[in-house]
Design a protein around this ligand. Structure first.
Ligand SMILES: *Cc1c(COP(=O)(O)O)cnc(C)c1O
Length: 397
């Protein structure tokens, strides 16, 4: 038995029945999952949680799926303390430990579980980075066929990962929005199920567990600030939703962390709209950054990200590729922590917000590091003296 009562349009509040597959609302906006929290509270207690195996599925009363989920053994990700990066102490939630090396696993685990349960027969999504591999892995686990459309310049690792898991991978001579248009056509022609970012309700529910985990890991309280690398915004919107549900349960107080959307200077539609005081993002032209996960020029959930920033007294900040790659290398060398460039953008953002006085000395700052640096071999500078040749140690070695 799930505690889901209904789905709700994030713009109009219109209600939808949860018992069937859905993509967007009639208004063309994302659907949000709503729960009977009073019912959830009957079995979800801090004590019952403490007895369960760690990981996202222990939050089952706040998830849409009952029964056996499609799982690859998702761990609870650790919070690693960094002291030499970001201008002060940072608490880094290291999502690179998840299956397929990024936090896309959380979303796809729930979305694929629900798609299978609700009878979807073929899964499809566009991806310019980690979503394709995560979808392909969970589809393989579920025994469902899967198709992924990727821009031709998507890193080889991501292309091969999806194909290796058995997905059909089409490389498109164009950007992610071109891939999205082809997905739409396939959905109409073949009746396949579309798992594009924010176009189905359940990837958000998986990502919500990041917020739940952070509150539990800090001893049922929230930090002062959470920095989120923001592309489609699922991470940030999910954390906000998870914390709101914990508030409704009465498990955390009225104070929420100030949420910060960190984007790349080469694709920063949320930052631009935030600075202009607008409620919705405008498409970003010529999007380009080494932080592939942030290459989302027209996020469908942009208005929800902006709402989350303003409601929590947060902000939005754009980081150049030069600065985010420098922060990534610094953390690898000084802290033994090789994060993805998207996560490293948050290290650089923390340093800038600290220097500008937006972060104060005593602020407790959590950074979401969304993936493992090892998945981005192309961000290792080609001129780095990596290896020395020779069959013996040089004299004085
Ligand atoms: C997809 C992705 C992001 C962006 O996440 P959203 O939830 O879409 O904002 C950030 N980092 C990495 C590594 C990603 O794969």
């Amino acid at each position: 038995m799930t505690n889901v009562t209904h789905l709700e349009c994030s713009l109009t509040g219109e209600r939808y029945d949860a018992g069937q597959v859905h993509n967007l609302s009639r208004a063309g906006k994302p659907l949000l999952v709503r729960y009977d929290l009073a019912a959830a509270k009957r079995t979800l207690t801090r004590d019952s949680l403490a007895q369960r195996a760690p990981g996202m599925w222990k939050w089952r009363e706040l998830l849409p799926h009952d029964g056996e989920p499609v799982s690859l053994g998702e761990p609870e990700t650790p919070i690693v303390v960094l002291r030499k990066t970001g201008g002060a102490t940072l608490l880094v939630k290291d999502e690179g430990r998840l299956p397929t090396g990024s936090f896309k696993a959380r979303g796809m685990a729930v979305a694929v579980s629900m798609a299978k349960k609700l009878g979807a027969r073929h899964l499809i999504a566009p991806s310019a980075g980690n979503a394709g591999g995560a979808l392909a892995a969970y589809a393989a686990r579920a025994g469902l066929p899967c198709t992924v459309l990727m821009p031709e310049d998507t890193p080889a690792v991501n292309q091969r990962e999806a194909a290796f898991h058995g997905a059909r991978v089409f490389l498109v001579d164009g950007l992610i929005n071109h891939c999205g248009a082809i997905v739409k056509e396939a959905v109409q022609r073949f009746g396949w199920f579309d798992l594009s970012t924010m176009k189905e309700p359940y990837r958000l529910e998986g990502k919500k567990t990041i917020g739940l985990e952070i509150a539990e890991q800090l001893g049922w309280r929230v930090p002062d600030v959470i920095l989120c690398p923001t592309g489609g915004g699922v991470g940030l919107i999910g954390i906000r939703k998870g914390l709101a549900e914990l508030q409704d349960l009465g498990w955390i107080g009225p104070k929420l962390p100030r949420l910060v959307a960190v984007q790349a200077a080469g694709c920063a539609p949320v930052v631009r709209a935030f600075e202009r005081g607008e409620a919705e993002t405008e498409p970003w032209a010529d999007a380009r950054t080494a932080a592939f996960g942030l290459t989302v020029p027209a996020p469908l959930g942009g208005f929800l990200v902006l709402r989350g920033l303003r409601e929590t007294g947060g902000t939005a900040i754009a980081i150049t590729d030069e600065d985010l790659l420098a922060a990534q290398r610094q953390a690898a060398r000084l802290e033994g922590t090789w994060v993805c460039p998207e996560g490293a953008a948050c290290f650089a953002a923390a340093a800038r917000l600290r220097a500008a006085g937006w972060l104060s000395e005593g602020d407790e700052v959590v950074v979401l590091s969304t993936g493992a640096g090892l998945k981005y071999p192309e961000t290792v500078p080609a001129d780095l003296p990596l290896l020395e040749k020779g069959g013996a140690l040089p004299a004085g070695g």
